[in-house]
Ligand binder design. Structure first.
Ligand code: HEC
Ligand code: HEC
Ligand code: HEC
Ligand code: HEC
Length: 160
C-alpha cells in the first residue's frame, strides 16, 4: 500500500472516475424509463400482462378452424359412423385440416379428401415411447403400398 497517499486521505480526483461511471449509469436508467414509457401501449395491463386492444384485434380475425360442432351440422352422417368407432374422440379437422372457409360456405370448392397414407401414418407409425395401448403398425410389414382405406374405414377404423 502506498503509505504516503493514504496518509493524505482521498482526494476528489481519486474517485472522480467512479462518479462519472455512476452518472452514466443513472442517465442510462433514465433513458430506458423514458423509452419504455414511450414504447409501451397505453392500454397495456388493463386486464393483465397484455395489451387490452389485442382482444378486439384477435376477434376480427377470421378463424381458420370451424370446430367439430359446426361440421356435424351438415355432415351428421359422418358423425354417426364415427360415434361407434375408436376415432370418435378425434376432431374432424385434426385429419381434414382447417376448414373454416368451407364450413362458413365461403368456398365453392369442396375440400379435398385427405390422402389416407399420409394422415393415418402420422399417428400410427410405430415409434419409440408410444403409450403401450396405442394401436401401431410397422408400415413395411403391415401395408407397404395402397390405401389404408381399402381395409379400414377412416371414420370408424376397426375391422367390423
Ligand atoms: C354448411 C354446411 C357444411 C358445413 C358446416 C361443413 N360442410 Fe363439408 N361439405 C358440405 C357440402 C354441401 C359438401 C359438398 C357435397 C358433398 O360432397 O357432400 C361438403 C363437402 C365436404 C368434404 C368433401 C366430401 C367429398 O365427398 O369429397 C369434406 C371432406 C368435408 N365437407 C368436410 C367438412 C368438415 C371437416 C367440416 C367442419 C370443419 C365441414 N365439412 C363443414 C357442407 C358443409
Ligand atoms: C382419423 C382421421 C379423420 C377424422 C377424425 C375425420 N375424417 Fe373425414 N375423412 C378422413 C379420410 C382419410 C377421408 C378419405 C377417405 C378415403 O378417401 O377413403 C375422409 C373422408 C371424409 C368425407 C368424404 C365422404 C366420406 O364419408 O368418405 C367427409 C364428408 C368427411 N371425411 C367429413 C368428416 C367429418 C365431418 C369429420 C368429423 C365429424 C371427419 N371427417 C373426421 C379422415 C378423417
Ligand atoms: C390424430 C391421430 C390419428 C389419426 C390421424 C388416425 N388415427 Fe387411428 N387411432 C387413433 C387413436 C388415438 C386410436 C385409439 C383410440 C382408442 O384408444 O380407443 C386409433 C385407433 C385406430 C385403429 C384401431 C381400431 C380398433 O378398433 O382396434 C385403427 C385400425 C386405426 N386407428 C386406423 C387408422 C387409419 C386407417 C387412419 C387413417 C384413415 C387413422 N387411424 C388415422 C389416432 C389416429
Ligand atoms: C389389406 C388390408 C389392410 C390394409 C391395406 C391396411 N390394414 Fe391395418 N389392419 C388390417 C388388419 C386385418 C388388422 C388387424 C390385424 C392386425 O393387427 O394386423 C389391422 C390393424 C391395424 C391397426 C391396429 C394395430 C393394433 O395394434 O391394434 C392399425 C393402427 C392399422 N391397421 C393401421 C393401418 C394403416 C395406417 C394402414 C395404411 C398405411 C393400414 N392399416 C392398411 C388390414 C389392413
Amino acid at each position: 500500500m502506498d503509505t504516503k497517499r493514504s496518509g493524505r486521505g482521498l482526494r476528489f480526483r481519486d474517485y472522480e472516475h467512479v462518479l462519472r461511471m455512476a452518472g452514466l449509469f443513472v442517465l442510462a436508467v433514465v433513458a430506458f424509463l423514458v423509452w419504455r414509457s414511450w414504447m409501451v401501449p397505453r392500454d397495456f395491463g388493463v386486464y393483465g400482462h397484455f395489451r387490452a386492444g389485442a382482444i378486439a384485434d384477435a376477434a376480427v380475425r377470421t378463424p381458420l378452424y370451424a370446430g367439430q360442432a359446426s361440421c356435424i351440422e351438415c355432415h351428421g352422417d359422418v358423425q354417426q359412423v364415427r360415434s361407434s368407432g375408436r376415432h370418435a374422440a378425434i376432431g374432424c379437422e385434426a385429419c381434414h385440416g382447417p376448414l373454416g372457409q368451407h364450413a362458413r360456405g365461403q368456398s365453392d370448392v369442396a375440400p379435398v379428401r385427405p390422402d389416407p397414407r399420409i394422415v393415418c401414418l402420422t399417428c400410427h407409425t410405430a415409434r419409440l415411447g408410444m403409450p403401450a395401448a396405442f394401436p401401431r403398425i410397422v408400415v413395411k410389414e403391415h401395408s407397404e403400398s395402397g390405401s389404408c382405406t381399402e381395409c379400414h374405414k377412416a371414420h370408424a377404423p376397426g375391422l367390423q
